[in-house]
Structures are given as structure tokens and as C-alpha cells.
Ligand binder design. Structure first.
Ligand code: KIV
Ligand code: NA
Length: 276
């Protein structure tokens, strides 16, 4: 029943049963999602949805280790993958390998993810050669926010599409075991999925990927920030649920009806004795 999902299980799902991936940032959420998701991603989107920054750029390795530990403790079944945050692999393979090693040694994750194409292939190779499974990420790569000029759909023109396809092949060749495709035309994602042997996991990349991922806060409608991109679908209304609960709590506290008797402890000794 609690057979943990491992990297080869994910690789074996290529072209088969769809891979379900969600982000998670803490223990409680991980316990809730564990039986539903094949992969829990400790995404650096925590910089936005947990920390309140506009981009993922300020997230540190120490913060990722902290969150990865919490998620790992809540996941018995799902494979836990963690993002290498911005600045921890851009210097090249030695830095990338060092960051990946720290993530695996200081939390209980099974794999790491990093963003980019050709320029990170040597790092993907170094990390996977060290025995650490790597997920790659192409298309809208939020750590390149300033170069891309914001969070926009990518690879809509044929040159960029061809480049993305080359990058996907290069990342597979470098040893990545799965590829996240973010905010690219559905047709291109389908083409990439057919052209490489590793599973693709889409977010805003149409239905023809081998799996799908959404940011948990966006997926359940628990998002204070600006509306997520149109690829998101709110499958729940968690903000409303919490807002209603907080409204009711405040009302009862102010009315003096909470806590009631059943929420209040009584002394073991008669009150007269306690008072005297
Ligand atoms: O950080 C993140 O949540 C991600 C997913 C959107 C794929 O990278
Ligand atoms: Na990310």
C-alpha cells in the first residue's frame, strides 16, 4: 500500500499512465498530497507563494533544504524532488554538484530540478554522474525572469521552438530523467514528448505531455498574489474556506461564545478549594 515511488517508476511511465505532480512546501501539505501525487516538487515558487516575493530569485539553498526536510517527512509514497534555487548552479558543474549534494545530504529528497537548456547540460551531467537524479525544466524558466522580461508564454516562433527541441534532446542525453515544460504551445510540447525518451511533465504545455504539474497554492485557490497565468485551474476554494473560518472565529471570540464549556478545562479539585 505504501510502496514508495522511485525514479525508475517515473521513467517507466513514459507514454503510459499520466504522471501527477504537485508542489508542496511543508509537512502538513505533503501528508495531504502524498497519496494523490506521484511526485511532490519542493518548488522555488515558495519564494512567491510562501515568502511573498515577486520572483523566485531570492530563494536560498538553506531555505530549500528547510522546506525539503518538511516535505520529505510528510511524504511516504510520492517521490520528492527539490528545485536548485537561483545562484546555486549558474557558476557551472562544480557549484551545481555541490548544491545538489547538500540538498540530498541535508534533507531526504530523491532528486533535484534545475532550469535551462544547453547551458546547464554539463551540470546535469555532473549531478547525474554523481548518482543524483535530475529533472530538467524548459520553456518559461522563472529564474530567468529578467532576461525573459516577465512570465510569458515561450517558444511560440519556429526558431525558438526548434531550439527548445534541441535543448530537450541535449538534456536527455546529459542524463535528465524527466523534463518539465512550462508555458509553451501545446503542439510543441506534444512534439517534444514524442521526440525524447524521458517523460515530460507540463505546466501550461497542453495535454500531450506524459504528466502534469501545478503549483499547489494556485491549484486549490489559496493564492493571495496576482492571478496566476491562464494555464492554472482552481480545483478548490481554500481562501474562501479559511476566510469563512476566520470570520466565524472572530465573531465568536467577540461575542464571548468561544471558548464554550466543551473547550474549557476543569480543575481536578473543587473550585472552592482552589480559590481558598
Ligand atoms: O517552482 C515550481 O513550483 C516549479 C513548477 C512550477 C514546475 O518549478
Ligand atoms: Na521552480
Amino acid at each position: 500500500q505504501f510502496k514508495p515511488i522511485r525514479v525508475p517508476d517515473i521513467v517507466g511511465r513514459k507514454g503510459g499512465r499520466k504522471i501527477v505532480m504537485l508542489t508542496a512546501y511543508d509537512f502538513t501539505m505533503a501528508t495531504l498530497l502524498d497519496s494523490h501525487a506521484d511526485i511532490l516538487l519542493v518548488g522555488d515558487t515558495l519564494g512567491c507563494v510562501v515568502q511573498g516575493h515577486d520572483t523566485t530569485l531570492k530563494v536560498t539553498l538553506e531555505q530549500m533544504i528547510y522546506h525539503a526536510g518538511m516535505v520529505s517527512r510528510g511524504a511516504r509514497q510520492a517521490l520528492v524532488v527539490v528545485d536548485l534555487p537561483f545562484g546555486t548552479y549558474q557558476q557551472g558543474p562544480p557549484q551545481a554538484l555541490q548544491a545538489a549534494l547538500r540538498l540530498l545530504k541535508e534533507s531526504d529528497v530523491s532528486a533535484v530540478k534545475l532550469e535551462g537548456g544547453g547551458r546547464v547540460c554539463d551540470s546535469v551531467r555532473a549531478i547525474s554522474a554523481a548518482g543524483i537524479p535530475v529533472v530538467a525544466h524548459l520553456g518559461l524558466t522563472p529564474q530567468s525572469f529578467h532576461v525573459l522580461g516577465g512570465n510569458k508564454v515561450q517558444a511560440r516562433e519556429s526558431q525558438a521552438a526548434a531550439q527548445l527541441l534541441r535543448d530537450a534532446r541535449a538534456l536527455e542525453e546529459a542524463g535528465a530523467f524527466a523534463l518539465v515544460l512550462e508555458a509553451i504551445p501545446g503542439e510543441l510540447a506534444g512534439e517534444v514528448s514524442r521526440c525524447i525518451g524521458i517523460p515530460t511533465i507540463g505546466i501550461g504545455a497542453g495535454p500531450d505531455c506524459d504528466g502534469q504539474v501545478l503549483v499547489i497554492n494556485d491549484m486549490v485557490g489559496f493564492n493571495a498574489g496576482p492571478a496566476p497565468m491562464r494555464f492554472n485551474k482552481e480545483f478548490g476554494a481554500v481562501r474562501e474556506v479559511i476566510d469563512q473560518a476566520a470570520t466565524a472565529f472572530a465573531r465568536e471570540v467577540r461575542a464571548g461564545t468561544f471558548p464554550a464549556r466543551e473547550n474549557t478545562y476543569e480543575a481536578a479539585i473543587p473550585s472552592g478549594v482552589a480559590a481558598g
